[in-house]
Design a protein around this ligand. Structure first.
Ligand SMILES: *Cc1c(COP(=O)(O)O)cnc(C)c1O
Length: 418
């Protein structure tokens, strides 16, 4: 292709691990004048969001909505459960766990960090003995990032609950599902999670600007024991508002709420199981393509074990400065934006340019993923980065099989559960 030809006109595709692609239905729901925030439609509509958020998180417990990003939800979770001098255990499989721990430290909370790097999941044996050794119950909470968006490792939150229960440890289990909610299976109540933080711009498909903290009665008791809680981050009035403004600690995020209503409608029309199955099948197509590319070149997925891979994000290594070259080429030439590598090398160091990530969370379909993979394939060719052949064929085989499998699964569900 000659250098002056661009193929980037037409609808672009932002394939970064958040913010994710916004559905047209969400954009349309947000395209309206500001509503009355004291009575009427907005007030009634907001009440309908609460049960539908609970259904996404698979919980019967409370949820507080914040005008914030995920960092705000992180801070809210800490502010409502801990005080300076308290100790938390952080199990890390990447940059986001470290980020949450740094936020805790900034609030005067002591952090015990079990850092498993960016290439391994939690070592449950090591965590279990660390918890068992804490007979004085110094550790007040365990901070557990479900999917670390830097490494794309998915950790086993249910196993963390089992480790706590095995030694009767009373620490709160606090999960970060900012990347995974609505992409990877997560069961707040069944897995015994006390606090879960999420944000709206990843699997929930809404523009960045809302954070969520779900919390159990046990977490509410921890909140009640604190001498003081930051007024803005206090989850109490938000989860149990007597006046509408208490939901948000002030003016409601009006347009985000309409967007969220539309996004939750999409999610529940599809069904949680179907949403998770779609993400898994599309992720398998991506992994098949990556395996094929890697068979004849340097491209590697960060997570080797399929069972530990997230369905929402795939962290890749190309080496040299090829990841930056590839990202630049597909964005400028094709209108396809890939994610930068995060937490795998110091920002803008020479090594940093060898990492990238593919976001495949939320509003993604089979044709979008085939387009994403086709774009990467073309970029590898255009830049003469060595790669194995047959990646698109391999992905297409998975997509074709996934179509048949999902039809079968649907009819099975139909016959057993109506
Ligand atoms: C995106 C993300 C965050 C941070 O969310 P922001 O909205 O950028 O503050 C935290 N944790 C995980 C796992 C994430 O994916």
């Amino acid at each position: 292709m000659t250098a002056d030809v661009s193929l980037a006109a037409g609808r672009g595709y932002l394939a970064i691990p958040g913010p994710s692609v916004i559905p047209d239905a969400v954009l349309q729901a947000m395209h309206r004048p500001s509503p009355n925030i004291y009575a009427g439609e907005l007030v009634e509509m907001t009440a309908t969001l609460i049960p539908d958020l609970r259904r996404v998180a698979r919980t019967e417990h409370h949820v507080a909505i914040y005008i914030s990003n995920g960092h705000g939800a992180w801070e809210a979770a800490l502010q409502n459960t801990l005080q300076p001098g308290d100790t938390v255990l952080v199990a890390s499989s990447g940059r986001f766990a470290i980020g949450w721990s740094e936020m805790a430290e900034a609030l005067g909370i002591k952090v015990e960090l079990l850092d498993f790097g960016t290439g391994a999941p939690w070592d449950m044996d090591q965590i279990a003995s660390h918890l068992a050794a804490d007979t004085a119950h110094r550790i007040k909470a365990v901070l557990a990032v479900h999917v670390d968006t830097s490494s794309s490792i998915r950790n086993d939150v249910a196993a963390m609950r089992a480790a706590l229960d095995a030694c009767d440890h009373p620490a709160l289990l606090m999960a970060d599902c900012i990347a995974s909610l609505g992409c990877d299976r997560f069961e707040m109540d069944a897995w015994g999670v006390d606090v879960m933080v999420a944000a709206c711009q990843k699997g929930l498909m809404v523009p960045a600007g809302m954070g969520f903290v779900f919390f159990s009665p046990k977490a509410a008791e921890a909140r009640a024991r604190l001498p003081r809680v930051s007024r803005y981050w206090d989850w109490e009035p938000r989860a149990n508002p007597e006046e509408f403004y208490q939901y948000f600690g002030g003016t409601a995020p009006t347009h985000h709420l309409y967007g969220l209503r539309a996004a939750l409608d999409l999610i529940h029309a599809e069904g949680m199981e179907a949403v998770w199955a779609r993400h898994h099948h599309l992720a398998r197509a991506i992994w098949a393509a990556c395996d094929a590319w890697g068979a004849g070149g340097p491209l590697r997925m960060n997570v080797q074990d399929v069972a530990l891979r997230s369905n929402a994000v795939t962290s890749l290594h190309l080496g040299g400065d090829d990841a930056t070259r590839l990202r630049t080429w597909v964005e400028q030439t094709l209108g396809l934006t890939l994610g930068i590598g995060l937490g795998m090398a110091p920002p803008n160091s020479p090594e940093w340019h060898g990492f990238l990530r593919l976001g495949h969370m939320g509003h993604v379909s089979g044709q979008m993923i085939m387009g994403l993979l086709g774009g990467v394939d073309a970029g590898l060719k255009a830049l003469e980065i060595p790669h194995g052949s047959g990646a698109l064929e391999a992905a297409s085989q998975v997509i074709a099989g996934a179509g048949a499998a999902s039809v079968a699964e649907t009819s099975e569900r139909g016959s057993c559960c109506g």
